[in-house]
Design a protein around this ligand. Structure first.
Ligand SMILES: C[S@@+](CC[C@H](N)C(=O)[O-])C[C@H]1O[C@@H](n2cnc3c(N)ncnc32)[C@H](O)[C@@H]1O
Length: 304
């Protein structure tokens, strides 16, 4: 690579170089500090591995798109999920100029994939973690998609933040959230605020964890970062109370069990630039579904 930097300065070095090359940042809505209970930080989980990943992807010329995809998709569904999500929300017609909301957008991976499928659509991601929000804005700029994908740095559970975004963006044709609400204590408020931001006829697709009788809630909280998990019935009630008239649920527990075991086995085989923290999280996630009765799936909530 021919690049050297003292290990202790990796964070600062990366931030500076990224900022010099890609000026885009997320749109700031909040200034408060909220403790996010997420257990696998996507970024800075292990300084060394992410430093090199992000460096090799975003600071090379030209942008390393294949490495970017590898880096972005670490979870069940890969980029196929991006298309499946559009299908589930009935927003798969490329001639339409849909406006789509992504609640908890992480690195923006799903919207990037969806922007290719829907050349006329516009996307808005809301992400609380400023590092992810800014990094995703830079990735989006690097891919030339900044006119179609906006990232807000805001809290989904904060009414003032969501109202502010609604004032600026108006309402959306569809909304989705992938493995985010499981981290948020007050799920009702998030459902209510997303309902308000959807047009009539719009679908909110929420891929999420739920609890069943045997789910080990202590393990879920301590190892996975789940907060206040609800049963299937409780989630449907939350949706109804928020105003959604119909809800469907497809269970993915068995798929996640298989996926998390496979992800662990594949990650353990890599012996270069491996993140110990990530490996531990992959093991915890696999154990959660195999031994601690973790479960969950996809909700489709309709605003009729
Ligand atoms: C497991 S990651 C999933 C990211 C992305 N949806 C994906 O599938 O790659 C969970 C994300 O939710 C974000 N998040 C958690 N609580 C949030 C909140 N209250 N408001 C906005 N984002 C939140 C985290 O910062 C993190 O990026």
């Amino acid at each position: 690579m021919g690049y050297e930097c003292e290990f202790k300065n990796l964070d600062i070095d990366l931030e500076l170089q990224l900022q010099n090359k890609w000026l885009a940042n997320s749109i700031p809505i909040h200034s408060d500090i909220l403790d996010i209970k997420e257990k696998m930080p996507l970024y800075h989980d292990d300084k060394y591995s992410n430093y090199w990943n992000i460096r090799e992807i975003l600071l090379t010329e030209p942008l390393n798109y294949f490495r970017l995809k590898e880096f972005l998709y670490m979870r069940y569904g890969g980029d196929e999920l991006a298309k499946k999500t559009l299908e589930d929300m009935n927003t798969l017609d490329p001639s339409q100029s849909y406006r789509i909301l992504n609640a908890g957008s992480g690195f923006g991976s799903d919207m990037i994939e969806q922007a290719k499928i829907l050349p006329n659509a516009k996307f808005c991601g809301i992400e609380f973690n400023k590092r992810y929000a800014d990094l995703s804005a830079k990735i989006i700029q690097a891919l030339g998609l900044e006119d179609r994908i906006k990232i807000y740095n805001a809290n989904l559970a904060e009414p003032n933040h969501m109202k502010e975004i609604q004032n600026r963006e108006g309402i959306f044709d569809a909304a989705y959230s992938n493995l985010v609400i499981l981290h948020i204590d007050n799920k009702s408020i998030v459902y209510h605020l997303i309902f308000e931001m959807l047009k009539k006829g719009g679908i909110f697709r929420n891929e999420d964890y739920i609890k069943q009788n045997k789910t080990d809630l202590k393990f879920a909280a301590e190892k996975i970062g789940c907060q206040n998990l609800k049963t299937l019935g409780e989630m449907i009630k939350i949706a109804e109370k928020a105003g959604f008239n119909k809800s469907h649920y497809i269970d993915l527990t068995e798929n996640w069990k298989e996926f998390t075991l496979q992800r662990l086995s594949e990650y353990s085989k890599i012996n270069q630039k491996i993140s110990k923290k990530k490996e531990v999280f992959f093991k915890d996630a696999a154990d959660y579904f195999s031994e601690y009765f973790g479960c969950g799936g996809v909700f489709k909530h309709v605003k009729e």
